[in-house]
Design a protein around this ligand. Structure first.
Ligand code: XMP
Length: 326
């Protein structure tokens, strides 16, 4: 019978058999899939797994803390956090093109990851050991979409962690490859992962960089983080998390409009709310968030976030719009 406990046990046994006495790395994105995959492999091989979390400075408020504190507390996993904000923002300076942003982030992600490999090996490097396995949170829909094959084929089409080290020649461990999202969440709860992590909405590997239309700067990221946190808080407290697949909050950094606040004229940026309902992100409908909730979010964002004087709602389904703006 299908219970989360049975599935977890079976998956842990499979991983133990696959990896044997070897070493594995798992890149955590802060998302559900990599967290559950990492937690399963940790149960299977303990300290022979090293989890890697690259803080590229493009994360939402509280995400780093959630991985560093809550994930580690729940799993006991060995974690290496890479402080790469300066590096990433340096390379992103002056770049507005969405594909260019993605390329830079993917490339820098691989570099950060490579730096960590030797650190993760530690003393074992002296014994001539290498890291053989890379843990991936690939789900069944991803497998189907990319033609069903196991191996490295998934990496390119689903750059879930912002681009993965193709040239490092790891063998893949994909413990979730037969599961759907809701099953992954059930297994995550079974493994004791925190609810905020298990229930988290999807968030793209390139992070907030693809939610700033225009150049990515630290100031703009800070501003977007504030707006995003307000939207998340209010949608959650209105009890809407179950209806909303995800709600990108987008900063139109290249756009300004005239406003009035207090007794002064403002010339600030718009924030776009993009709440969508979806089964699998392939298609989506815009979520009919109640007006009262939109009103609270709009008032709070324009009052609390500097340089933002307008909040707009995206009422486009997918297709023709994508979920993200870039
Ligand atoms: P779109 O915008 O294509 O998004 O409708 C579909 C789903 O994919 C996520 N997304 C990404 N995830 N790297 C990721 O890991 C990316 O470059 C990327 N772009 C979009 C998006 O958040 C949505 O869930």
């Amino acid at each position: 019978t299908w219970t989360a406990a049975n599935i977890a046990d079976a998956l842990i046994a499979d991983v133990r058999e696959q990896v044997g006495d070897d070493l594995a790395l798992c890149a955590l994105s802060g998302g559900v899939d990599s967290a559950v995959a990492g937690a399963l492999v940790q149960r299977a091989i303990g300290d022979r797994l090293t989890c890697v979390f690259v803080d590229h400075g493009l994360l939402r408020a509280g995400e780093r803390e959630q991985v560093q504190n809550d994930f580690v507390a729940a799993t006991g996993a060995r974690l290496v956090t890479v402080d790469a904000e300066e590096t990433f923002l340096g390379h992103l300076a002056g770049v507005s093109d969405p594909e260019e942003k993605r390329k830079i982030i993917g490339r820098e992600f691989i570099r950060s990851f490579e730096d960590v490999v030797s650190e993760a090996l530690g003393d074992r490097a002296a014994e001539g050991k290498t890291i053989d396995y890379l843990v991936q949170g690939t789900l069944y829909p991803d497998v189907v979409e990319s033609g069903g094959g196991s191996g490295t084929a998934n990496i390119k089409s689903h750059h879930n962690v912002g681009g993965l080290p193709e040239d490092l020649e790891f063998k893949l461990v994909e413990p979730l490859r037969l599961l759907f999202k809701d099953e992954v969440r059930a297994v995550g709860r079974e493994l004791g992962l925190p609810e905020e992590m298990v229930a988290r909405q999807p968030f793209p590997g390139p992070g907030l960089a693809i939610r700033i239309v225009g150049e990515v700067t630290k100031d703009r990221l800070d501003l977007l983080r504030q707006a995003d946190l307000i939207a998340r808080e209010e949608l959650t407290s209105a009890g809407l998390d179950g209806q909303i697949w995800q709600c990108p909050v987008v900063l139109l950094a290249d756009v300004r409009s005239v406003g009035v606040q207090g007794d002064g004229r403002t010339y600030g940026h718009p924030i776009v709310l993009r709440p969508v309902s979806s089964e699998d992100a392939m298609t989506a409908d815009w979520t009919r968030v109640p007006y009262e909730v939109l009103e609270i979010i709009s008032t709070r964002i324009t009052n609390e976030v500097p340089d933002v004087n307008r909040v707009v709602l995206d009422v486009t389904s997918k297709p023709p719009g994508t979920i993200e703006w870039e």
